[in-house]
Write a protein that binds this ligand. Structure first.
Ligand code: EPU
Length: 344
């Protein structure tokens, strides 16, 4: 374990925010992790977990130890005619992992192809796309608990997976995810309930084609972070109660919406933003993408304060028009490397 000083995190966050970390270490094992955490304690530093950097908002200076997770490995724990159980290092690249599962005949994750980031971050916000959420396929998550200083396994059912949410978001400065154990299918079961996908897949009902079509749809709509720095959807799709939704529907009958459990309704934030005229619009160097209004793009080396300026202007316009408060999806860090609420 080697601690480096004053490291530029710009290449490690997909929004390309300039951010200098006072202390930084690459972590390739649980031993390296505990050694780094000891160092942080001795130097009275908080530790910030950096994964693929595709869902984070970083300040210009961070006085903390940044732990860049690079734990590799895919291990088969159990293989039967119906299921396979595999334990995967948190540092594996998510998309490469999905491609590998498909090529091996391990099914379930095909709808989640091309999502940026690493395996270890996938349970945190329960990544989801095209009718599938990763939590459905997670058997357990191995973590290092920074409070109790122990390694532990949290069962999938105890992770409280919900729409872009999990236990890891509720207690954000506590757990470091080191491995994720997935239980995948050995026989294909295609999930085609998402509109665009059913049309795209046609008659070739194979997991390989499903994965290909997901990749194609994403490439058509979502900007490549290498070209247009972004963090995917910038806001969550708001979930509101039925009575509020009924009122909204009388004013805006064409609003895209999806019924949820417990009498709630999820609304397409991209549509709300689009309606306020923000699609393809910029404020300074930061704007909402021209093909998908839900994606915020850093067009020219903007800082976090410029990003905030733009997204708060979007929030204000949506609030004014629809009386809905949009909640940002990426995680916001303060200058001591602690996760902060967007509303503070
Ligand atoms: N829409 C517009 N204008 C826009 C964008 C969207 O009118 O500029 C409308 C679309 O026409 C559609 C609806 O809004 O009727 C929903 O749009 P879309 O299908 O593109 O999906 P989304 O709700 O914008 C969510 C996820 C994506 C995920 C897709 C597909 C969230 C916050 N986002 O986007 O996830 O890929 O569904 O399942 O839930 C991410 O989290 O980073 C992400 C990309």
């Amino acid at each position: 374990m080697h601690i480096q000083k004053d490291i530029q995190l710009k290449p490690f966050n997909t929004l390309n925010l300039h951010s200098i970390a006072s202390d930084y270490a690459k972590i390739d094992s649980i031993q390296a992790l505990t050694a780094a955490l000891d160092y942080a304690e001795q130097h009275q530093l908080n530790s910030l977990i950096l994964s693929g950097g595709s869902n984070m908002l970083l300040p210009e200076h961070i006085h903390a130890l940044v732990l860049h997770i690079d734990i590799q490995g895919v291990e088969i724990l159990e293989d039967s005619s119906n299921h396979i159980t595999i334990r995967v290092g948190a540092g594996q690249v998510w998309h490469d992992f999905v491609l590998m599962t498909t090529s091996k005949g391990w099914y379930g994750l095909q709808n989640l192809a091309l999502i940026p980031g690493l395996v270890g971050a996938s349970p945190v916000q329960n990544i989801g796309a095209y009718g599938v959420e990763v939590g459905e396929f997670i058997e357990s998550v191995q973590v290092y608990d920074r409070h109790n200083k122990v390694t532990q396994n949290i069962k999938g059912i105890d992770c409280q997976f919900a729409y872009r949410d999990s236990i890891f978001k509720h207690d954000p400065n506590r757990y470091v995810i080191t491995h994720v154990t997935f239980r995948l299918l050995r026989r294909p079961e295609l999930r085609l309930n998402y509109g665009d996908l059913k049309a795209a897949i046609g008659d070739d009902l194979t997991p390989e084609n499903l994965q290909r079509q997901v990749i194609r749809i994403r490439q058509n709509k979502l900007p490549d972070p290498k070209e247009y720095p972004n963090v995917g959807s910038f806001f969550k799709n708001p979930v509101i109660v039925q009575t509020d939704f009924d009122q909204l529907l009388t004013k805006f009958p064409q609003i895209p919406h999806y019924p949820q459990p417990q009498g709630c309704v999820k609304i397409a934030a991209g549509w709300l933003i689009d309606q306020t005229g923000w699609k393809g619009k910029k404020l300074g160097a930061v704007g909402m993408f021209e093909k998908q209004a839900l994606v915020l793009v850093n067009y020219a080396n903007a800082s976090l304060s410029e990003v905030k300026h733009t997204y708060q202007a979007v929030q204000k316009d949506v609030k004014q028009r629809f009386n809905i408060q949009l909640e940002p999806e990426p995680v916001l860090f303060d200058t001591n490397g602690f996760i902060r609420s967007h509303s503070e």
